[in-house]
Design a protein around this ligand. Structure first.
Ligand SMILES: Nc1nc2c(ncn2[C@@H]2O[C@H](COP(=O)(O)OP(=O)(O)OP(=O)(O)O)[C@@H](O)[C@H]2O)c(=O)[nH]1
Length: 360
């Protein structure tokens, strides 16, 4: 440009103004996208919606080549809650802080990893197949604790460089962390409302609700539904001889053995004091007998460790009933299983009795 040419000067100023306007518009669009994302984050109603929003929608909205979510799950709470969820992309669950420490060290702020930075770090934060060349690594912090991280990656090496601002990303990380924590609390409450605190199996309230659904599904789709009633033998004398805490421990461990013997879709609940009930949808008599005997033998063989370090042995009596073709209510199935367990007690305990074998 000729500095003495006023026309050229005006042209240059116009060009600069135009590029500033474009940058401002681009920033406004970016702000709108972040704003919309934040609104959706605070409004999510389930864990799967939250994960999909962070990993799938963010990737599309921000034209990323990769998005990852790492969540600390030291007590395996998420591992138990997430597999059942229909998610397009799952978060990575960490059983220790080690991975997060590698990413953030002691500085817990958004980290922009651009050209010249450690390739190893990108390979750690993303699937190497994604070919990520620059990234933003967002620490998720709640109440001063690092609970996970969110990674946005691009194949463009210039997309994230150390000189870029991180204000939007910091804010997004803070909101994502709040959303994750509140979703976890909601999940904890939901589980607490349907779980028996001592044994970890479902509680009676949940069983009463779910059993009606299972019953109507089995009747409508004409598949077999088996019901097991399990009652710990001479439980009163376990309490009397070893103390109530030892009795509690036996109950807790029996609950664990039952859960371990079941498939996804089966239902186990604590029905009363030392009684458990199990529903096995789409399971025929032979299959149900196998499950019943497996649980009975596991209980018979288990050394139950008491709180004072001693061991107690226990057995269970099991009543088994199949949904009769002409059943009109779930109560009939439950009563049949109850009659069968009564018969198992009368004929010596530590056995499985099938309702057909039990006198009506
Ligand atoms: N430790 C403990 N005991 C419980 C709990 N709920 C119920 N019980 C006890 O379980 C015992 C059940 O005893 P009974 O119904 O007489 O039956 P049992 O001694 O198991 O005898 P059979 O069923 O005939 O083999 C009672 O002593 C209850 O106090 C609990 O949550 N913890």
């Amino acid at each position: 440009m000729n500095p003495s040419d006023p026309h050229a000067q005006v042209q240059e100023l116009r060009r600069q103004l135009q590029s500033l306007l474009e940058a401002a518009k681009a920033n406004e669009r970016k702000l709108d996208r972040f704003d919309a994302l934040e609104r959706r984050l605070v409004a999510v109603s389930s864990m799967e919606e939250l994960v999909n929003l962070l990993l799938v929608d963010c990737r599309e909205d921000f034209q990323l080549d990769a998005a990852e979510l790492w969540l600390l799950d030291q007590d395996e709470e998420l591992r138990r809650a997430l597999p059942a969820l229909p998610m397009i992309k799952a978060p990575k669950l960490l059983d220790s802080h080690a991975g997060l420490k590698d990413l953030f060290g002691t500085v817990r702020t958004t980290r922009l990893v651009g050209p010249g930075h450690s390739e190893a770090l990108l390979a750690q934060a993303f699937d190497p197949q994604a070919g990520v060349r620059s990234a933003a690594l967002l620490p998720l912090i709640r109440q001063g604790l690092l609970i996970g991280s969110l990674h946005f990656g691009s194949r463009d090496p210039q997309r994230y460089d150390a000189a870029s601002g991180t204000k939007f990303l910091d804010r997004l990380a803070a909101i994502a962390a709040i959303a994750i924590e509140s979703m976890l609390n909601r999940e904890r409450l939901r589980r607490a409302g349907m779980t028996d605190g001592l044994t970890g199996v479902h509680n009676r309230r949940y069983f009463d609700h779910r059993s009606l659904i299972e019953f109507s599904q089995a009747v409508r789709h004409r598949y077999p539904l088996a019901c097991l009633f399990l009652d710990i033998d001479h439980f009163k004398s376990i309490n009397d001889r070893h103390g109530h805490p030892a009795g509690d421990e036996v109950l807790r461990q029996v609950g664990g053995l039952i859960l371990r013997s079941l498939r996804t879709g089966d239902l186990a609940a604590r029905y009363g004091g030392e009684e458990f009930v199990v529903l096995l949808p789409r399971t025929d008599l032979a299959g149900a007998r196998e499950v019943a005997e497996r649980i009975r033998l596991m209980v018979q063989e288990a050394p139950f460790i008491t709180p004072d370090g001693g061991t107690v042995s226990a057995t269970v009596s099991v009543g088994l009933a199949m949904l009769p073709a002409e059943a009109t209510s779930f109560g009939e199935l439950l009563q049949a299983a109850d009659r069968a367990v009564y018969q198992a007690k009368r004929s010596g305990r530590n056995r499985t009795v099938t309702h057909e074998d039990a006198p009506a």
